[in-house]
Design a protein around this ligand. Structure first.
Ligand SMILES: N[C@@H](CCC(=O)NCCCC(=O)O)C(=O)O
Length: 255
């Protein structure tokens, strides 16, 4: 249920937010591939004051631009897949997972075009990893094999509950959104940021050294978080701040 905005007089304008869906191939015996979007993403945008629009994939650059002419922010969602390592100059090593190359191709084009417009971009989980790659960074293809003494980052318990703390960097966009200090987050990933992209800074790190949030210093709002704040809005409402700042920046983008 979308909570009505509490306001006096005219409610704040809801900026249009483009959201990338996941994609699933046709189930055996059927002919129909599917787009899928977890309700949590759309609900988080609505509760933060935005207007969510799902963006079907396209390989036509004019359609990507037409999408961006109609939104004021882009939410790149996560999913159970990995970015092709060739996108960051590597070849697949043991531990690399399944890929969804059509999705990554579309999300890469959309993100690049949005960043070129300095439009607000929020990347969630795999979307954060894509933001780092698009900005010239790399990934650990499997943190269990490639990082020392890394903890469990694919939690087995309910994803609406946290898994581990992160330390939020002072004077960061993330600190503006959720406050300074330590934050408990959920965790559903086996990859992580390795080399930060160009003009990208880490804005949160877990105790075992995994980069848990990044932001671009070259854009008005380009933030990525490795966790899923939208899953925890009811249990840990502090996470709503991430979507609220995103929507605020999107509202400012198209004044
Ligand atoms: N390549 C990434 C994918 C991380 C991610 O987006 N996980 C989400 C899991 C499914 C979901 O809840 O949407 C990795 O590091 O695993």
């Amino acid at each position: 249920m979308t909570h009505p905005m509490r306001h006096h007089g005219q409610p704040p304008r809801r900026p249009n937010i483009g959201i990338t869906p996941d994609w699933s191939e046709a189930a055996p015996g059927t002919s129909f591939a599917r787009y899928e979007l977890k309700v949590s993403y759309a609900e988080a945008v609505l509760r933060a004051g935005g207007l969510p629009f799902v963006l079907p994939y396209t390989d036509d650059p004019t359609c990507v631009e037409a999408y961006l002419d109609r939104v004021s922010g882009v939410l790149i969602t996560g999913g159970a897949f990995d970015i092709p390592p060739e996108a960051y100059g590597e070849t697949a090593r043991e531990g690399m997972g399944a890929m969804k190359e059509g999705r990554t191709t579309f999300e890469t084009a959309l993100m690049r075009a949005a960043l070129k417009r300095n439009m607000p971009v929020l990347g969630i989980c795999g979307g954060m990893q894509l933001l780092n790659v698009v900005l010239g960074g790399t990934l650990y293809q499997d943190i269990g094999r490639e990082m020392q003494e890394v903890r469990e980052h694919e939690q087995k318990h309910d994803r609406t509950q946290p898994q581990h703390p992160v330390d939020v960097r002072d004077n960061s966009l993330l600190a503006e959104a959720v406050g300074r200090g330590q934050l408990m987050v959920n965790s559903t990933h086996h990859q992580a940021v390795k080399k930060l992209g160009n003009q990208v800074v880490s804005s949160a790190v877990s105790p075992d050294g995994v980069v848990e949030a990044i932001e671009s210093t070259a854009h008005a709002f380009a933030l990525g978080v490795q966790w899923h704040p939208e899953y925890m809005l009811n249990n840990l409402p502090v996470h709503a701040g991430i979507y609220k700042v995103f929507i605020h920046k999107a509202r400012d983008y198209r004044r």
